[in-house]
Design a protein around this ligand. Structure first.
Ligand code: NDP
Length: 281
């Protein structure tokens, strides 16, 4: 039931029709009995600023932000969380009643939650991390790994320049390479934050014979759920973490911020999303 008091939130992207966020947040709202609704917005590519400015003052509670607006979302905000500032991108905007817009980035938190769920023995402090890719998701990953105590993070990207720029935005704990060979043997976790594997193509290159038996392999891509990268890791008996768990992990703090309470645990979010994707693990 939509009432005159319904609290509205949503997700903004272009395109946005593929987004699973409305399904997940509305299921959580229904299970919690909250008078709220979560909708999808597709602002014009060059119109994100005007779109977001229109919500100043709290016409709606906030929006999750997805491609291609994550950097513009940061630019429109007055206040930033440390992780959003470090990542240089926001995936959540909150429209406060005092007129201020607050930017947060829960992607990194989602990644850490996914690691905690599917690789519970992984301890970020225990050794170096390797992040494949240097886009927005990789930035969020680096910020979250450092925040969690990773002693060193190597960013590996086909465009070395971009990896170097990313590394320079942090401190000497972050270094840039264009191949994973040198970093892979000492890594305790390797995370695919490139778009390689999206839609079923080949995953990123990793010298599998040189990685440790105890390394954790994570893929941010979740369509398909069992990417080639994760399949290769599973063949070698390695612990794997998938992008769907990260999607759920980033949505939990977003729901709390948008609707003021934690999502209901009794709802099996993973099953809901797997059904929507028509996939099973
Ligand atoms: P960006 O477009 O910002 O970055 C893409 C990255 O992939 C770049 O590092 C790019 O390298 C690299 N890349 C693309 N094509 C190739 C290729 N053919 N060979 C080598 N490298 C390539 O995307 P995002 O950072 O926003 O997202 C990255 C991935 O993470 C996407 O698949 C996205 O769906 C996923 N994601 C998942 C989330 C989840 O909740 N599970 C949340 C956020 C993102 P280069 O710089 O050289 O172009």
């Amino acid at each position: 039931m939509i009432s005159a008091k319904t609290r509205i939130a949503g997700v903004a992207g272009a395109p946005v029709r593929h987004s699973l966020s409305p399904l997940l947040h509305n299921a959580w709202l229904e299970a919690s009995g909250i008078d709220g609704a979560y909708v999808a917005f597709c602002p014009p590519q060059d119109g994100f600023d005007a779109f977001a400015q229109g919500f100043r003052g709290g016409a709606i509670a906030g929006i999750n932000v997805t491609l291609p607006f994550k950097q513009q979302a940061l630019a429109v905000a007055d206040d930033f969380s440390d992780l959003a500032r470090a990542a240089g991108a926001a995936n959540l905007l909150l429209f406060h009643e005092n007129g201020r817009i607050e930017a947060r980035n829960t992607d990194g938190e989602g990644m850490m939650r996914a690691l905690a769920v599917q690789a519970p023995d992984y301890n970020p402090r225990s050794g170096p991390a390797v992040v494949l890719g240097a886009g927005g998701a990789a930035r969020g990953a680096v910020a979250a790994l450092l925040d969690a105590g990773a002693p060193e993070v190597t960013v590996v990207n086909r465009t070395l320049d971009r990896a170097e720029q990313l590394a320079q935005a942090f401190d000497s704990r972050v270094r840039a390479l264009d191949r994973a060979d040198r970093a892979a043997p000492e890594a305790v976790v390797v995370i695919n934050a490139t778009s390689l594997g999206l839609g079923g193509g080949s995953g990123p290159d990793l010298p599998w014979s040189s990685v440790a038996d105890s390394v954790v392999i994570m893929d941010m891509v979740y369509t398909p759920l069992r990417t080639e990268f994760l399949a290769a890791a599973q063949t070698r008996g390695l612990t794997v973490v998938d992008g769907l768990e990260m999607l759920i992990g980033q949505a939990i703090p977003a729901f709390e911020a948008l609707f003021g309470q934690a999502p209901p645990l009794q709802l099996d979010a993973r099953r809901l999303l797997l059904n929507a994707l028509g996939q099973h693990l």
